[in-house]
Ligand binder design. Structure first.
Ligand SMILES: Nc1ncnc2c1ncn2[C@@H]1O[C@H](COP(=O)(O)OP(=O)(O)O)[C@@H](O)[C@H]1O
Ligand SMILES: N[C@@H](CCC(=O)OP(=O)(O)O)C(=O)O
Length: 266
């Protein structure tokens, strides 16, 4: 499918996953990638487009800072890691974006923020003010108070969160950056015959069954939560692309209409 229509997208939500902003082997933050990400996003802002960044990585960053070797299972441990890691994450984003004189803001939300009409409206107003002021809001789930998914392995699922943020800010497009080129017919890490899917025009049960969970030590959700995000986004008319965040310039290429990643056409 020709992707020239993506050139006209003005308000874009970009989500970056833990596996993308951390080094695979150590789990430490990948500063070079974060530095490139801030440069690319500021450059997109310079083209008069608006950006909301949904960044994961708080739990992973906190876990490294606290010297916790195993992936934390208990909710309170994840929350403690997130509390330490979120501050680190923002400190680094602040420093990197400041290099380019780009103002950022932190917005921490929970699923409950979206459900409650008053808090939703407050968040919505804040987003709109910030975007009008040229600020890049950086969003994460407020993991320390988020009790909605206490027993849920999908705690802190930023894929679906980014789709609801896209809905809240009336975005034109959602880009999910991951550690893989996009959707395959099966998880290519476990099935070498898996084939790449370039474009999805209908999300049906067959497509959902292709998506498996995350196999990595730091990522959560895998493709399952990305398909769930695509469903939410497409239903409200928002096009979504899953692309490889190893090269963050992919964000610019997508917005130039290049055939990068898997496009979920609304
Ligand atoms: N059908 C599929 N196509 C591509 N990747 C898949 C699929 N099913 C499962 N995956 C896994 O999903 C992972 C990406 O999800 P995740 O580790 O949660 O990343 P992120 O931190 O970017 O959210 C991939 O590395 C891959 O192993
Ligand atoms: N709020 C969590 C995000 C968890 C999450 O969805 O992670 P990922 O699957 O890597 O996008 C954190 O910052 O660690």
């Amino acid at each position: 499918m020709n992707r020239d229509f993506l050139k006209d997208k003005k308000r874009i939500v970009v989500k970056i996953g833990t596996s993308t902003i951390t080094h695979v082997d150590t789990g430490h933050l990948n500063l070079l990638k974060m530095e490139k990400l801030t440069r690319v996003l500021t450059d997109i802002r310079n083209q008069d487009k608006e950006i909301v960044l949904v960044s994961s990585g708080a739990i992973g960053a906190g876990r490294k800072a606290l010297g916790i070797k195993e992936k934390p299972r208990s909710l309170s441990k994840k929350q403690a890691c997130a509390a330490v890691g979120q501050a680190r994450l923002m400190m680094i984003y602040q420093k990197l974006f400041a290099e380019y004189n780009q103002t950022i803001a932190q917005i921490l939300i929970t699923k409950r923020t979206m459900i409650n009409e008053i808090s939703r409206r407050n968040a919505e107003n804040t987003f709109h003010e910030l975007l009008n002021m040229g600020v890049i809001p950086i969003v994460n789930e407020n993991d320390t108070v988020s009790t909605d998914q206490i027993q849920d392995e999908n705690f802190g699922d930023n894929d679906t969160l980014s789709a609801t943020v896209a809905q809240m800010v009336q975005a034109d497009m959602l880009i999910l950056l991951s550690d893989i080129d996009g959707l395959y017919t099966d998880d290519p890490r476990n099935n070498e015959k898996a084939e790449f899917v370039s474009c999805v025009e209908k999300i049906d049960d067959g497509l959902c069954s292709m998506a498996k969970g995350a196999d990595s030590a730091f990522g959560t959700g895998g493709m399952t939560t990305k398909i769930a995000a695509a469903k939410i986004a497409n239903e409200i008319g928002v096009d979504m692309v899953i692309a490889n965040g190893n090269d963050v310039v992919n964000i610019s290429r997508i917005l130039e209409g290049k055939e990068i990643g898997t496009l979920f056409k609304a």
